[in-house]
Design a binder for this molecule. Sequence first.
Ligand code: PAF
Length: 286
Amino acid sequence: MNTVKTVRELRAAVARARSEGKRIGLVPTMGNLHSGHAALVAKAAQRADFVVASIFVNPMQFGPSEDLDKYPRTLAADQEKLIQAGCNLLFAPAVEEIYPDGMAVQTRVSVPQLSEGLCGASRPGHFEGVATVVSKLFNMVQPDLAVFGQKDYQQLAVIRALVRDLNMPIQIIGEPTARAEDGLALSSRNGYLTQDQRSAAPALYASLTQVAAAIRAGDRDYPALIATARAQQEAAGFKPDYLEIRHAINLRQVTAEDRDLVIVAAAYIGTTRLIDNLHLDLDAHA
Ligand code: PAF
């Protein structure tokens, strides 16, 4: 696996692969890779012949009081994991390579509605930063397909929308969330947790599975289900940010008649904000 740092080298390497008739797959990441990322790369390797991963901690998607500076940077370990997972090329640019004239004058991509509410409400500008950098990466690599984790459910919806709205010929693949044995969704931010917080953290997903079980059993009193789940999270030491049942495709508010649902949550444990979700297609389970 080659590691390149400039767009010029990236384009040259991808052009070589394409001239050999290879299908190109892209896995954008911010590094500090865990087995969830490895699964994204493995999925890309199944569906494409040449897998490009990117590692870029994108300052545009971090708010002023967020964890940009302390976000873990672990390039050497990440390179090892990418090799194991079947990655062919790593693009690991500096901030100046992506935003050569600075972020203030950078053209931005914004996806209305889908970017509002949920994580968009507590992280203003976050999805504009994601949509902008992902659009840039898509234009730099011009992949046939790109793989993203379903853990960032709203992000995946935003990316699907931008690809559709900007007519990018890229297939977007959502990979199911990788979890620890106790159910906690794998995340680079889990590394911030103390031992006690790590022990309590599976309560986040447990609260979502209880809501899902109640809905499957026919309960449609969503406000009551949400209130119970919030109380469960609080009892485990979480401070819920949001916990909602939304439509799985367009993330709009649901009615009791909707069948394709996603239960989405963000909650603080100490100063660490964790997110998770559970997709519930009632017709698939009927
Ligand atoms: O999910 C992430 O790690 C980031 O938001 C992404 C998609 C790599 C864009 O910076």
